[in-house]
Design a protein around this ligand. Sequence first.
Ligand code: DX5
Ligand code: ZN
Length: 229
Amino acid sequence: MARNFRIAPSILSANFARLGEEVDNVLRAGADIVHFDVMDNHYVPNLTIGPLVCEALKKHGVTAPIDVHLMVKPVDRIIPDFAKAGATYITFHPEASEHVDRTIALIRECGCKPGLVFNPATPLDVLEYTLDKLDMVLLMSVNPGFGGQKFIPYVLDKARRVRQMIDARGLNVSLEIDGGVGPANIRDVAQAGVDTFVAGSAVFGAAKDSDPNRYDTVIGALRAELARA
Ligand code: DX5
Ligand code: ZN
């Protein structure tokens, strides 16, 4: 498959006490994008990190794209803060915004790349009027809120449908998947049309802190599977 595949480790499963070093290490091992999970204990039942941490990673020297996945409600207030903090992509869940078109436009006006995120059971209807305004569609293959959950297989059908929509309209929109992805299933996911793969526990859980090549093996395994897709 000629698609340009990108691996996006989710820092949700990183060691937060050494976050800069963790991000440096996954990027050195061949990751392409930093997936940044923002949770508010309201839209999802968990609480994580905000713009200050994004800014700290940029100041630390991270130049790879930062893929900010907003699991927050409301959405709009926090978007300019993430733009200032150095976000590249900002994705949000359509049901968390009262005015989806306005939120997409706001992300664009702030100089970031907008994306919509669909929970496993959320229908794709909203893409009919938004797909051509997006840089990314993110399909959740677990229910949002926690790392380390099991991949929900029916999302593969959804991925095939979104890939068809993107290709039928000749658009250059990334199709990303998030949740339960690892070496055992990444090839199936790629074959369903996905080009960008979030992996949290599979990457950060795969290595011991004492291993000097901590992330090379797992990212190499993901790449090897993608090469066979
Ligand atoms: C879940 C987050 C994911 C999560 C993925 O709400 O959006 O990015 O960290 O973790 P794994 O890869 O462990 O399923
Ligand atoms: Zn995520």
